[in-house]
Write a protein that binds this ligand. Sequence first.
Ligand code: NAD
Length: 478
Amino acid sequence: MSNAYPSSLQLHIDGEWIDVGDRDVHQVINPATGQAISDLPKANNADLDRALDAAGRAFPLWRDTPVGERAAILHKAADLLRERAPEIGRLMTAEQGKPLAQAIGEVTASATHFDIMAEEAKRCYGRVLVRPKGMNSFVKYQPVGPVAAFSPWNFPVFTPIRKLAPALAAGCSIILKPAEETPASPIEMIRCLIDAGLPSGVAQVIFGDPAQVSSHLIASDVIRKISFTGSVPVGKHLMKLAAEGMKRTTMELGGHAPVLVFDDCDLEKTLDLTAAQKFRNAGQVCVSPTRFYVQSGIYDRFVDEFSKRAAKVAVGDGFADGTEMGPLAIPRRPSAVGAMAEDAKAKGAQVRLGGERQDGNGFFYNPTVLADVPLQADIMNDEPFGPVAVMRPFDTLDEAIEQANRLPLGLAAYAFTENLRTANIVGDAIEAGMVAINNLTVSPGDAPFGGVKESGHGSEDGPDGLKAYMVTKAIHQS
Ligand code: NAD
């Protein structure tokens, strides 16, 4: 199999694959080399109107397709995605930078979401209420309608499939706009659905100017639901647009995950797990473990040992053998991460490892560990979204919880302790949508995934993720 990336890409609208033609173009860049590798057509307003019209026509047909048939198409698409994972993974590494094994693993893990939602949809039971003879009241769940979904560049297949799978399983049509920076792998995911027999117009993929596309789609009467994964400011902007039409939203926004490390934890296991996970996808993960609060008795040892492990992370081109961490995915990220590290240093943080980008054309930023970081440093307040761990000591359980909850964000949180009482209190007291204790697994696929506070609202995955694409209706009969 070759590493070839197509020199130009296509939109998929109303059952047709559409070339660049006379459209504006976005150049796709390989972040490991900084070189342009492909031309991506940007949808114009006529394209968007055509996609809206097709989504509107496809919705009633797909809604009325028996759930078993919908599920069979999703299972078939999951099989195709697994079969094609090595090729799709290569596209992803070329456009996003992550190591090839991680890219292939992302595609394979994503396929599971089609399987899970195919089965969830069959069991989306309503209720029959108790009524006198001759009367009936039913509660039914019905698909919300055509969906507009916007997904980011850090997980080009995993983030959109969390929207596609439940929307399609529920019986909705969907227009997906993945990030322009990482287009080919989500295009291939849509191709799997089409090759599996998904009817025309049910799932479409477009790219363009993000602000123009989102405002155009959200303003349309056709669209009944918006789902977005990305930054808090963009999420707030899209919610304002959605409010104009009272449209439902699911918002998966940023996090700044605290990691509470208590002195009774299994230290070696904690270090091995957290140091490996921090640098996965170069830290560009909304649930990446980032704010390490370590109990005073083990703080110095933890910082030393974590830094030693981080220093061994092999950074390089995602296609090279042995690479464990690739470049940052988009050109603006190394300077954004670098500015946060410099700010922390200027305010008194100790740079225990890294703290600099690499020379060359790629967007590489070295694994970085900052210790004794003051709370007023930007990086203690804004998500670095890069390969940086920040560390501070704490003394008491109450102090640890207070620090974990001090930000207006609440996506994932982690704690490491062998004490059951501490684990129980932490699980209940941390303000986050997901808390993992003695592990870092927060996206198993069958459990709700989502945030509280400014990290967003609504859950993806599992039964809650399916219901996000349904409306609840009561029918009273006498
Ligand atoms: P950004 O705010 O410019 O964009 C975030 C995402 O939203 C991108 O995918 C972008 O294409 C999309 N977007 C931007 N404006 C849009 C609009 N008007 N309508 C629809 N989509 C729009 O940020 P960025 O520089 O790309 O990334 C930096 C920050 O974004 C990170 O620090 C992180 O907090 C956040 N982010 C979060 C996730 C996540 O998984 N929650 C993923 C990627 C980025």
